[in-house]
Design a binder for this molecule. Sequence first.
Ligand code: PLP
Length: 235
Amino acid sequence: MRKETIVENLNAVGVRIVTCCNNCGRNPSEITLLAVSKTRPAQDLRIAYSAGQRHFGENYLQEALEKQDALSDLDIHWHFIGPLQSNKSRAVAERFQWIHTVDRLKIAQRLSSQRPGYMAPLNICLQVNIDGEQSKSGIAPQDLVALAREVVKMPGLRLRGLMAIPTVRRDACGQRKPFIELAALLQSLCRQFPDQTLDTLSIGMSRDMEAAIACGATVVRIGTDIFGGRNYSDE
Ligand SMILES: *Cc1c(COP(=O)(O)O)cnc(C)c1O
């Protein structure tokens, strides 16, 4: 994509975040913009980086590792946000700062034991299946506390919060409902684990970013509105 377009898009998203924060009485410094760069060439990430973007989210492990190699001269914070098969956990443990999609004990155990001792613990969000859809990944809300109780004991992990990808809804009210539920789940986790730094609510994509910020998002994951529409046949 054209350099000017990516930079303009990034600036426009930044303005939307500030405007939305002003409207709902939040401080924009509470929001981290995660640029979701799946299917994008390394050059597009380099352009966004040159405009000040530091946090990038990737969904496909092999593709992500290739971009990490191509961009190893940059100080990027890498977030894994795709579904993870347990036999591929090692590369995430060794090469990312964050993973947002942990939804079962086995993956958490593997990530913790595979995290190299010389690195800081891997920051993780537990992904919650907030709509209760059978087909979706994410842990059921009623099973969340039991998983969190195990994860907080794992030396290679640092539990930071919750993530969800709700069903697409067009109206602002419908978009907010699952976000409000997730925010309440995070609050109750904070009460149950008071010595943890549970400061992260990873919600909001291009289509529902404003609703997410209004409901307490601290990380918004934006792809299309920064890098343009994706060609799904390439994914
Ligand atoms: C692709 C993706 C995004 C970004 O979605 P856009 O609609 O392009 O902003 C955010 N989160 C996850 C988990 C994704 O897979």
